[in-house]
Design a protein around this ligand. Structure first.
Ligand code: BJW
Ligand code: ZN
Length: 265
């Protein structure tokens, strides 16, 4: 069972629900924290090291060039761990917002996560800014392939051209996929409400979507265990686990009659 929602969150939850009900378009930016309750480790903080390495040491093109075995070991381990992982109530609540409350393309989910759990929970309009653990990309012919979670070798090779494969992940110093980035920037610029969930908001350019949304007039609601670099920009901060807070928020939308929505001018 979930822990109870702390009492003093109630007014903030009510305010966030009010903002949500007033919005015509909603965008959400999610990070590793949204998957933490599914058992996927976050990148920074107490559980943030992998075999003593920080993510910045293994998730770079330089690390892959110098030590591809190490980098593949990191990603193979994460792929394997994903086989035992399921979406949590936070993922499902976001999927419900899209499917039931903000239909017709009015909800955009922008994620930094590479675990695919949002789609698994039923979210449809998902923009993956940092790639996906299930896909490989050939360093020779650039073919991208969905490999699911099947085991890959220590140094997997391309079936087409024989060159080394890499995870289809956006590493530090690499550009984000252009289509996803442009669609994310558009969603941030045109939504009335921007949800920021389970991200430390320190990795750019993803974190820049928050001030961009605010500059365009959106209200910002942050859901996180703790204050972050984005908290100062938020209209409402909900400090608690997203697997509890998001379902509570959606429950409030579900339970009340929707008043007339206001569109931003
Ligand atoms: C809960 C919870 C619960 C826990 N409920 N909450 C100096 C200044 C500014 C920028 C830069 C700079 N130096 C370099 C840069 C650029 C760099 C960058 O941003 N670096 C910063 C770290 C300083 N960015 C890039 O390089 C990007 N590319 C780029 O800029 O291209 C332009 C360019 C091109 C050519 C040359 C130079 C530039 C690419 C960034 C790619 C990031 N990729 C990663 C790793 C790969 C993915 C993988 O292997 O899985 O993506 S980094 C890693 O961080 C991962 C994540 O998607 C990303 C964001 O982390 P996230 O999701 O926020 O997780 P955490 O762990 O940080 O936070 C978790 C949060 O959840 C916490 O707040 C908890 O409290 C909370 N939480 N449990 C609710 N239950
Ligand atoms: Zn190839």
């Amino acid at each position: 069972m979930h822990p109870p929602v702390i009492d003093d969150l109630e007014p903030a939850l009510d305010e966030a629900a009010r903002l949500l009900r007033q919005a015509l378009r909603v965008a959400a930016l999610t990070g590793a924290g949204v998957s933490a309750e599914s058992g996927v480790p976050t990148f920074r903080g107490a559980d943030g090291l992998w075999e003593g390495h920080r993510v910045e040491e293994v998730a770079t093109p330089m690390a892959f060039r110098d030590n591809p075995e190490l980098v593949w070991r990191f990603y193979n381990q994460r792929r394997e761990r994903l086989t035992a992982v399921q979406p949590n109530p936070g993922h499902f609540a976001l999927a419900e917002l899209e499917a039931k409350h903000f239909q017709d393309g009015r909800f955009t989910l922008v994620t930094q996560n590479v675990d695919g759990l949002h789609r698994q929970a039923g979210s449809r309009r998902v923009l993956e800014l940092h790639g996906n653990l299930r896909r490989t990309r050939c360093t020779g012919c650039a073919e991208i392939k969905d490999r699911g979670l099947e085991p890959l070798g220590d140094l997997p090779e391309c079936g087409q051209c024989g060159e080394l494969l890499r995870p289809d992940i956006v590493w530090f110093h690499e550009m984000l996929p252009e289509d996803a980035w442009e669609a994310a920037a558009e969603a941030a610029a045109t939504c009335e409400l921007f949800l920021v969930v389970g991200t430390s908001a320190v990795v750019y350019p993803a974190a820049s979507l928050i001030p961009a949304a605010r500059r365009s007039g959106a209200k910002i609601v942050e859901i996180n265990l703790a204050a972050t670099d984005a908290s100062h920009a938020a209209d409402v901060c909900l400090h608690g686990p997203s697997g509890v807070i998001l379902p509570e928020l959606v429950k409030r939308i579900r339970d009340k009659n929707q008043p007339h929505r206001v569109q931003r001018t």
